[in-house]
Design a protein around this ligand. Structure first.
Ligand code: MG
Ligand code: ZN
Length: 360
């Protein structure tokens, strides 16, 4: 009990210091033109704190002035999976665990990529997993089961998305139906590359960058700056649209590190995710009409720091190898960020984002 109390005090102090607005920071008024949504898969408050404890520098994430919490349960479980969690964030509808971009009765519902594209915004998705995996799929496709990777890849062809960066090439090219979806996407105007280039070519309109046959490596095994560099490139391409853009970025492997109860894997993935957030904040400095929202689909691992664990070196304790049902933090930066404070449900995120933009 005492441990829990101390942990609560510790977490409250972090929250209070993070929520404290510097004297010179004014609330940013006006509508955002651009929206960048970061999802740290499995990233609860303790995952953020673990990364902060491991870092000499303040995390970019913790520079947010507006912080809230979102509940994450799915339509059929107190503890969501990433399919239902991603669908709740992308579409505003709760669904059953394992489903992608549809209601529990299998009715397809549009997600933010479709909604923003309909309004003339450019849209993009950048992830550190296969593009067909549950979280990006929730923004790009509709499927009764998250494991239907080849069907999801074919459905991505129907998405109005402009920029895709991630892994999962085999789901596009080594398929049971013999289709070569990369070729079909080139026919639709995509430039297809198997690496993240240093520069954009002026004639590139839509980008399909698939760096790996399956999932990109762990950062620890040489993924390099795939995610931060992917974010930077996507922002360059998407910001060509004078109307604005919507970009979803996922730190996909935070979840996998926590399933494995592997704290060094977790910290490496968290630092990579925070670097990607840093690139977005750098873009926002020059483009202040940009709203950045950082949240998670659920917490993974039941991570905590038991009594005595935080003293110079600290110890991460995981209480499960699965997801948990605790609410996740939401950090917001830029015009309209204030709307993301408070305690609400993850289906409210899209309502807040649409209320702030013309995508309503
Ligand atoms: Mg995911
Ligand atoms: Zn998971």
């Amino acid at each position: 009990m005492k441990t829990l109390f101390r942990l609560c005090i510790g977490l409250s102090m972090i929250l209070i210091s993070a929520c404290h607005r510097p004297a010179d920071a004014k609330p940013q008024a006006g509508r955002p033109k651009n929206v960048i949504l970061f999802i740290g898969d499995g990233m609860g408050l303790a995952q953020v704190q673990a990364a902060q404890l491991a870092s000499d520098e303040p995390l970019n994430l913790l520079k947010a002035n507006s912080i809230g919490f979102a509940t994450t349960r799915s339509a059929d479980h107190d503890v969501t999976d990433s399919g239902a969690g991603g669908t709740a964030i992308a579409t505003g509808f709760k669904t059953r665990n394992g489903m992608i971009g549809m209601k529990p009765d299998s009715t397809e519902v549009p997600g933010m990529v479709e909604l923003f594209a309909q309004k003339g915004y450019s849209t993009g998705v950048v992830v550190s997993c296969a593009l067909t995996h549950a979280t990006p799929a929730s923004f790009l496709a509709h499927a009764v089961n998250r494991n239907l990777y080849e069907e999801i890849a074919a459905d991505i062809l129907q998405s109005p998305v402009d920029v895709l960066i991630g892994g999962g090439l085999k789901n596009f090219t080594a398929r049971k139906d013999g289709r070569t979806l990369t070729k079909e996407m080139e026919d639709k105007g995509f430039t297809f590359l198997n690496h993240i280039p240093e520069k954009l070519m002026p004639d590139w309109k839509k980008l399909l960058i698939v760096t790996d046959s399956g999932h990109p490596e762990k950062v620890q095994n040489g993924r390099g700056d795939h995610l931060p560099k992917g974010v930077e490139l996507a922002l360059k391409q998407l910001s060509k649209n004078p109307k604005g853009f919507f970009l979803m970025v996922e730190g996909s492997q935070i979840d996998w590190a926590c399933h494995a109860n592997d704290s060094s894997y977790l910290i490496a993935e968290m630092m990579d995710f925070d670097q990607a957030i840093g690139r977005a904040l750098h873009f926002q400095e020059k483009n202040p009409e940009t709203l950045i929202v950082v949240t998670a689909d659920h917490e993974t691992g039941g991570l905590t720091f038991p009594k005595g664990a935080i003293k110079g070196s600290y110890r991460c304790d995981f209480s499960t190898g699965d997801h948990t049902g605790v609410a996740v933090p939401v950090y917001a930066f830029g015009p309209g960020a204030e709307l993301f404070t408070g305690f609400y449900d993850n289906t409210d995120l899209i309502k807040k984002i649409m209320e702030l933009t013309e995508g309503k």
